[in-house]
Write a protein that binds this ligand. Structure first.
Ligand SMILES: O=C(CCCCNC(=O)Nc1ccc(S(=O)(=O)N2CCN(c3cc(Cl)cc(C(F)(F)F)c3)CC2)cc1)NO
Length: 255
């Protein structure tokens, strides 16, 4: 049996191919798993569970179908969809997890998180995150009329797109010391995260006891975003693998 991790799907009405392939993943690979973890940025934007767009109803229904098949789906918020609340969790059957969680899978000790909190060099983003994750600010934002939230969302997405272009590669990636601190704090052998869109499995040398200078190799597995292909991290008793699968061309494109 296996446990699957995905993230950074960035579903939006503008990219129906990604949505189609995400639904196909839920109806195929995901049905063979013991459970599915979505580690953030399932959606490219989220301005509140009260957004009535039928697109969200469709995604919720496809996710709920997985629950009906007895396969639990766990969700950790990303920097895009950090406002997903209990209402959408109930509608989609997803189980909301805290922003960082240690799970025992087979005989692995794994810390799972979205990954944006590891990008500590991006101080501009970390300041925005602190403000936007404040309960009062979130309550205030969710009280605004949807139209005004749409407006703010459009502005912020444009702004973050422009800001990201100016930021160096290093700032946009995880800070190595933050990774070491997190793994030491939770005493885990594995960390699985997304956010950076830099898929890989990295070996990390951890000092276990400084005096004896004994070390161990831990591993950091990074999810791929779903731009032109699907991707997941598959955990089985024997291995943790980063797997890519091509998007299947929709019937329309075959014409
Ligand atoms: O990798 C890197 C770079 C990372 C790039 C980070 N950029 C990034 O995430 N941008 C971004 C994320 C979400 C959206 S949104 O459209 O979904 N939406 C916007 C309005 N949201 C809001 C909520 C609250 Cl409570 C309060 C406010 C406030 F205070 F602004 F009004 C706004 C809710 C969410 C738009 C852009 N660094 O390392």
């Amino acid at each position: 049996m296996s446990t699957l991790f995905i993230g950074d799907i960035h579903l939006s009405v503008e990219y129906p191919e990604i949505t189609k392939n995400f639904f196909r993943f839920l109806q195929t690979e995901a049905t063979q798993a013991e459970s599915l973890y979505i580690l953030g940025d399932l959606f490219d934007k989220w301005i509140g569970d009260d957004d009535p767009h039928p697109f969200y109803r469709e995604v919720a229904a496809e996710l709920f179908a997985l629950k009906k098949k007895g396969i639990p789906c766990y969700f950790i918020h990303g920097n895009r969809d950090f406002l997903i609340g209990q209402a959408f969790a109930d509608e989609s059957g997803m189980i909301l997890l805290p922003e960082c969680k240690v799970i025992q899978l087979y005989d692995y000790n794994i810390c799972i998180l979205h990954g944006d909190t590891l990008c500590t060099k991006d101080t501009e983003y970390q300041i925005f995150r602190k403000i936007a994750h404040h309960r009062f600010i979130q309550r205030l934002f969710l009280c605004l009329p949807l139209s005004f939230r749409f407006y703010i969302a459009k502005k912020l997405r444009l702004q973050s797109g422009e800001q990201n272009k100016k930021k160096g590669e290093e700032i946009m990636d995880v800070d190595p010391q933050s990774v070491l601190d997190l793994m030491a704090c939770h005493d885990v052998d594995w960390i699985i995260h997304g956010h950076t869109h830099r898929p890989a499995i990295h070996n990390i040398e951890m000092i276990v006891t400084p005096l004896l200078s004994s070390k161990k190799i831990a591993r950091r597995a990074v999810l791929s975003a779903w731009h032109n292909e699907g991707s997941m991290i598959k955990v089985t008793f024997d291995a943790i693998e980063l797997i890519f699968f091509p998007f299947r061309v929709s019937d329309f494109e075959k014409i």
